[in-house]
Ligand binder design. Structure first.
Ligand SMILES: *[C@@H]1O[C@H](CO)[C@@H](O)[C@H](O)[C@H]1NC(C)=O
Length: 481
């Protein structure tokens, strides 16, 4: 009796496979060949975003993902700036995303399917339902979270999120989209699906801008539509049980086009936890949230339901340092022990602050690419490949991004009176590094005689090499003065 079912499933999978290969990646080089071709790099560059879209209340900047370093790592990256009172319209992506708040504060929501609307009008607002809608029903929605400088947010593929700047300075977020991740089953072109507006293409340069690759969309100009726009208006009106005029609005068929960050008009109300008292101070509610997050961490991630899974962490917290050297600086790490969803998303992150002249021990990542964004100050950075060439040798500055491919060795030294502050995203949930200097270095693991013979040095020199540096990762410069 079970036999027909057993046969039916593999057949479906085969068909799907065929569909995907032809439908999604016909004009793209195959996954494997991308890896083989594009990790053979002569040069890496630290650079500012290549593509910029100006919106009504902010801008979206993207790094050109066709560059070899991005193709090798299988990632895309964006910087989103939302002006005060701006709203980044609801959207989702097909790849796991980590977002770090570099500056400012605001609110955001990750709408989780099927989870209860935990906020009701009676909890937060003084307005009556009639004032809000002229609609005789309680407002309900899922939890809106405060976000601020130093927060990192994990957004799984397909999860709708929006962000609003309710502060009085620009809100700046840097995101990594891990398109090479197993959770992405489309090709390696970054995509963002908007639920509203007439979004412009964020990831590809427009014609006439010295393009390296043709644009993926062939609509009129650079304006695209949201995902509702593609549906038949009357069937969609029927599906949502609202009138045609409303559906035409939803589909973005307005007189003027609206790109992805809009200015909110009039009162912008939703139900929220108590307002943060001032910039940098975290409200009691937030601290409660974080404690709850801490408790949730002790679960294995599988026992948790999606509805109360922790998706946010205050990674910039100076008090949280995992590695701290008083004279040199600190490093905060985030992995799947801290945030179980990261195991599923196979990503991790690290923020670091090196004081001027401090050195991050030369090291390599075992099984991760590392994508650095410079938040403050600058550093001298060198990245070395398997044939001993420095393929990156530069002073990286605030606002620049650079990629360190797996196993490539990297050395950083802060060279700015402000020091060097960064956020680094890694394409593995428990990324392990091998350091080449310091107490935990690989040199200490090797016998004196191996070092003496390998480098043609004496036993004493070998011991100096192994033991003369006491710190582990963040090293104070012995020649700083
Ligand atoms: C939408 O669907 C309706 C009902 O099936 C049909 O009458 C109408 O022509 C369709 N509109 C378009 C633009 O295809």
């Amino acid at each position: 009796m079970a036999k027909p079912v057993d046969f039916a499933i593999p057949l479906c999978l085969v068909l799907l496979n065929v569909l995907f290969q032809h439908g999604c990646s016909a004009d793209q080089p195959q996954f494997e060949s991308i890896k083989q071709n594009h990790c053979q790099m002569d040069q890496l560059h630290a650079r500012e975003p290549d593509i910029q879209i100006e919106c009504e209340a902010g801008r979206i900047e993207s790094w050109d993902h066709y560059q070899n370093d991005f193709q090798c790592a299988g990632v895309a990256s964006q910087r989103v700036t939302i002006e005060p009172n701006g709203l980044h319209l609801p959207s989702y992506t097909h790849s796991p995303q980590l977002m770090y708040i570099v500056k400012g504060w605001g609110v955001m929501m990750t709408a989780l399917p099927g989870c209860p609307e935990t906020f009701e009008l009676s909890q937060g607002s003084q307005q009556t339902p009639q004032e809000r809608h002229g609609f005789d029903e309680l407002e309900r929605h899922q939890k809106v979270r405060f976000i601020g400088e130093g927060d990192i947010i994990a957004i799984p593929p397909g999860i709708v999120h929006w962000m609003h700047n309710n502060g009085n300075s620009p809100l700046v977020a840097v995101s990594l989209l891990d398109i090479g991740n197993d959770l992405n089953q489309l090709d390696r072109n970054p995509r963002r699906f908007y639920l509203a507006g007439n979004p412009e293409d964020e990831f590809n340069q427009q014609e006439g801008e010295g393009i390296s690759q043709p644009r993926r969309h062939s609509g009129q100009g650079s304006i695209n539509n949201n995902i509702f726009a593609g549906f038949n208006t009357s069937i969609l009106a029927d599906a949502l049980n609202v009138d045609i005029e409303t559906i035409m609005r939803v589909q973005g068929q307005n007189e003027q086009t609206r790109s992805q960050i809009v200015r909110v008009e009039g009162r912008f109300g939703f139900l929220h936890p108590p307002i943060r008292s001032s910039h940098g101070q975290r409200s009691q509610q937030e601290q409660l949230d974080e404690q709850q997050g801490q408790q949730e961490r002790h679960d294995n991630g599988l026992g948790e339901t999606l509805c109360n899974i922790a998706l946010k962490e205050y990674l910039g917290d100076p008090k949280r340092a995992d590695i701290y050297t008083p004279q040199a600086g600190r490093i905060n790490t985030l992995n799947s022990n801290d945030m179980p969803i990261l195991k599923h998303m196979s990503l991790s992150a690290e923020t670091g602050f090196l004081y001027n002249n401090a050195i991050y021990s030369p090291h390599w990542n075992h099984i991760a690419h590392e994508i650095f964004y410079v938040i403050r100050g600058s550093a001298r950075v060198q990245v070395v490949n398997d044939i001993g060439e420095a393929i990156l040798d530069d002073e990286v500055r605030k606002g620049q991004l650079f990629i360190v491919p797996q196993n490539h060795a990297v050395l950083q030294k802060a060279v700015d009176s402000e020091g060097f502050e960064y956020i680094a995203f890694k394409t593995q949930d428990k990324a392990v590094i091998n350091t080449m200097a310091g107490r935990t270095s690989v040199l200490r693991a090797l016998p004196d005689d191996v070092l003496a013979n390998a480098y043609q040095i004496s036993q004493e020199e070998a011991r100096m090499l192994k033991y003369s540096r006491q710190e582990t990762v963040v090293l104070s410069s012995s020649r700083s003065s």
